[in-house]
Design a protein around this ligand. Sequence first.
Ligand SMILES: [Cu+2]
Length: 194
Amino acid sequence: MGSVGKVAFVAILGLGAITGVLVYYIFGNAAPAPGVIESIYRQNLPATDGATQDTSQSSSEGANSTSANSTSAAPVAPPSAASGNQTNQTSSAAGPSVTLNILEGASVQGNPAYDPDPLSVTAGDVVEVSNQDTVPHTATSGSGPEDPESGSQFDTSIIDAGATAQIDTASLAAGDHPFYCSVHPYMLGSMTVK
Ligand SMILES: [Cu+2]
C-alpha cells in the first residue's frame, strides 16, 4: 500500500507538470503578438484627423463628387418632393442661397456633424444641404426621433454621399429650429430663422 501511494503521488506530480508545460505553450501560441492584429474581421477605422485624412479624402471625394453628384442628385429629390413635406418645393423658389454642409466623418458619434451650426437663415431662403460624408444622412427638423413634431417643419429625407438636397424656409416661423439626422440621431444641428 505504501509503495503504491508513493508511485501514484509521483505520477500525479509528473502529470501536473506536463499539463502545466502544455498549457503554457499552447496559450502562449494562441496569444497575439504585441502590435500585430491578424483577423479577417479587421477593418481600419476611418481617418478623423487632418494629417491622415488628406490623402484619402482628396482621392475618394474626387471620385464621389463626380459620380455621386451626377447620378444621385436627381433620384434623391423626387422622393422627398413626393412625400408631401413643406420642404423641397424648390423649383419655384429663388434658388439656393444658404449652404448647410454635412461634414465628412459626421456619422462617427462625437464628430462635428453640421456646418455651420447654428445655421442662420432669413425666412424664404433656400438651404442647400450638401452631404460631404461617405454615408447617407438627413437633416430632419426636431430634437430627435422621439420628438412628436419630428420632421414636421422640414425633412430632406436620405441624402446619399456626395449628393445635395434643399430645404425651403419660406414657411418656417422665426426662431430656433433644432434638427437631427434620422440615420444617426446623435447628429444634431440648429437653424435660426430671422
Ligand atoms: Cu447621419
